[in-house]
Design a protein around this ligand. Sequence first.
Ligand code: TRP
Length: 339
Amino acid sequence: MAQKIILTGDRTSGALHLGHYFGSLVNRKKYENEYETFIMAADVQTLTDNFENPEKVSKNVFETIADNLALDLDLDKTTLFIQSQIPQIAELTVFFSNLVTLNKLLRNPTIKTEIAQKKELFGQDGESVNFGFIGYPVSQAADILFLKADVIPVGEDQLPVIEVCRDIVDRFNSIYGPVFPKPKAMLSEAPRIIGLDGKTKMSKSLGNAVFLKDSEEETISKIKSAKTDSGSTIEYNPDARPEISNLVMLYALTNNISTDQAVDDLKGLNYGSFKMKLAESINTHFREFRQRRIEIASNPSQILEILEIGRERVSIRAKKTLEDVRHAMHIDYENQFKI
Ligand code: TRP
């Protein structure tokens, strides 16, 4: 039997951070031998809320690909590519857009939260939100389905978007015939890392992130200024004490231990010493990753070559999927007109 397929994508609005790493990147490495893996730089999706900053979007294709390559992936098994280089994704988006109601998209929790976070661009009540942004779950379904992917490693915040994809599969298959497998989201052990400011999500655009490519000094100074609370004990209790629990979680993740074990190790430390210890363990955990990343980033032509190979590999599959889709939708006219 053919190997199952993992597909995942990164928006190219900035370099990747700890939230991406522990939410999704770890699984890309962990499962590289069990699945055929495809990693996409989602530049088209990024343009939906960055259409006024195209240079930023393209520059960060390089950054996100470099972050992924620093995972030391086996490039015989894993393919990296750029979303805008695969026109079949745009084609599928158009076909899929008929299968989702606007109401459902507007009620989607991920979309609602993101519109509310982007008031400057989309207005106080989202009154200026554009068509492309509301529709990004539809184009994300196309990202996933053009490869007929089975498993999608994402952070918890993306689950409602993956649900849109699963609904589209049901609708498509029931109307036009069984073309697509129904993909499943894959959550990591840490599907949600909150920001250093205590905001709900670590995020490039909220300015509360430790980037994977940050230097050791930058990491120390960011962790030092991370928000805590007025308590003095270290515990893991995300509901009552989200900020300190988030730091405990990062300590546990970077040391490969449970949060219980982390709390045990950290007992008695004051917040200042805990933060120093945490910064150190982040720096140790990412030391090799960061060294590899510096080497990779110093060789852009090699990155370009890897992406060119990726484009070739996925183009073959994209053409095949679109043949299946056109046939199922009766728009394969070379066959329709045969008597
Ligand atoms: N929306 C995802 C995010 O914000 C990025 C993404 C784009 C994606 N296309 C995808 C993730 C396809 C999984 C599958 O992180």
